[in-house]
Design a protein around this ligand. Structure first.
Ligand code: URA
Length: 240
């Protein structure tokens, strides 16, 4: 890969900042000063230094985003703001994409990565990865609904949803629930509630597999996954 791309992808600076570093002769490849950002680099073999400090190349990024309502789970869009627009330019160089989708009006945990294999493992229907949502529901959610969810409700296209665990947190004109599903069909949770004659008025994802939305992450902000969270991701990739 190109030296300038490697440097900006490794968090050394923006493309523009990297250009300046190269021009000022701060960058060495295998102890030779290199000013040409287009030089081809083998990240596995070449030793890159900036101001005498070794740069470690990071191929993949793993981010936890607290998605706000009002942006879409896509990488680019002509009209709508996307979840990728919430990231800094430097991170966008890694070309991250969302792992699965949340609706425009859904908030909460969204993983962003450029690791296609991990995204596949987390979203593959065969893997049964649990996704937990908190929701406010118009109407009184009952133990009958809990039973229906356990059995697998029939959606509007006659598809029978996989069994889901429904926990009632507050019952009333507006109920509060937590639901655990293991699939990710289009509008899954909203359609599951429609199947029992109720409407979701607020939806937030709070867990995906072992990864729990960090309480301290404000809406529209993100952080890198912790070492433990990354380990969990790697275990999924190695079939664990
Ligand atoms: N289910 C939905 O209905 N919407 C989402 O965004 C996620 C799950």
């Amino acid at each position: 890969m190109r030296l300038d791309k490697l440097l900006s992808n490794s968090g050394v600076g923006t493309r523009k900042e990297v250009k300046v570093l190269l021009k000022k002769k701060y960058v060495k490849v295998n102890d030779q000063i290199i000013k040409d950002g287009s030089k081809h680099i083998d990240p596995e073999r070449d030793v890159i230094k900036v101001k005498e400090e070794i740069v470690t190349y990071q191929k993949y990024i793993y981010l936890m985003l607290h998605k706000p309502s009002g942006c879409i789970s896509a990488t680019v869009d002509k009209q709508e703001k996307t979840v990728i627009d919430l990231l800094d330019q430097e991170l966008q160089h890694y070309k991250p994409f969302p792992v699965g989708r949340l609706d425009k009006d859904t908030e909460g945990l969204l993983l962003l990565t450029n690791d296609g294999e991990l995204a596949h493992q987390l979203t593959s229907p065969k893997k049964d990865i649990e996704k937990v949502y908190y929701a406010k529901i118009k109407g009184r959610v009952t133990s009958e609904d809990v039973k229906s969810f356990q059995e697998g409700v029939i959606l509007d296209d006659d598809y029978q949803a996989k069994p889901a665990q429904l926990k009632i947190m507050a019952q009333g004109e507006i109920s509060e629930i937590e639901v655990t599903v293991t699939e990710g069909k289009f509008h899954q949770v909203k359609r599951m509630f429609e199947a029992v004659g109720k409407n979701v008025i607020y939806l937030k994802r709070i867990r995906m597999g072992n990864i729990i939305l960090d309480h301290s992450l404000k809406r529209s902000t993100w952080r890198e996954l912790s070492e433990n969270e990354k380990e969990y991701c790697l275990s999924l990739k190695s079939g664990g």
